[in-house]
Write a protein that binds this ligand. Structure first.
Ligand code: FES
Length: 219
């Protein structure tokens, strides 16, 4: 993958640490950021707040939504996350509000890879930073659904238990993959436990493949 100046920003394993010009632009000039102290003045219709278990960082995203069309009329955000989280969320906020605003239904279909593409890529170790904005968006949309009484639409991504002896869930596997695990052994190392239920291994391996493809694309 190359950026606009042709510099290589990510090899197949995502091992380089170079950032694209677009990432740098959004980091140095973040769009739609809400500065501390301005929260009360911004009359948002919905708000989502999430923290990243991977690094302890927090992301807050506010939405103004047209109640008739359910299009995102405006979007603001704040984060304690790193430069990659700032650039990714800045780009996400542009994508949500450009061309008259996305419907919230379309916004929920955005994948981390869509943001990554617009940014010209991110090093693999920074992909979990881009997921932060995505999760805050989902929390904000749930807040909107709750406030507007659309309870049947609330997204409940409940964790599924994969290994019932050790209570390993699909969320644990997802976090391990976001922290760089690529194999069953890597996942066991990240979780600091082995797998107690051998029958769970095929499902764990399937989830590793699923999340690897979701966040890092097909090999
Ligand atoms: S947001 Fe925590 S390292 Fe990027």
């Amino acid at each position: 993958m190359t950026n606009t100046t042709g510099a290589k920003i990510r090899d197949k394993q995502g091992n380089t640490w170079l950032y694209s010009d677009t990432v740098k632009d959004h980091f140095f000039n973040p769009r739609n950021i809400l500065f501390a102290g301005e929260e009360d003045k911004y009359d948002a219709d919905a708000m989502g707040r999430v923290g990243s278990p991977a690094c302890g960082d927090e992301m807050v995203l506010w939405l103004k939504i047209d109640p008739k069309t359910e299009k995102i009329a405006d979007c603001k955000w704040q984060t304690f996350g790193c430069g990659s989280a700032i650039a990714s969320t800045s780009m996400l906020s542009v994508m949500l509000s450009e061309n008259g605003g996305m419907t919230i239904e379309d916004a929920l279909k955005l994948k981390p890879q869509d943001i990554m593409e617009r940014l010209g890529g991110l090093p693999n170790r920074k992909i979990h930073c881009s997921v932060l904005g995505d999760k805050a968006l989902q929390a904000a949309v749930n807040d909107w659904y709750r406030k507007t009484g659309q309870h049947d639409k609330i997204i409940t991504k409940g964790a599924k238990i994969i290994d019932d002896k050790l209570n390993i869930t699909d969320h644990d596997i997802e976090e391990a993959v976001l922290e760089g695990a690529k194999t069953l052994e890597d996942v066991q190392k990240k979780l600091k436990v082995g797998v107690a239920t051998p029958e769970a291994i095929p499902e764990i391996e399937q989830l590793i493949r699923f999340y690897s493809e979701k966040y890092y694309g097909a090999e």
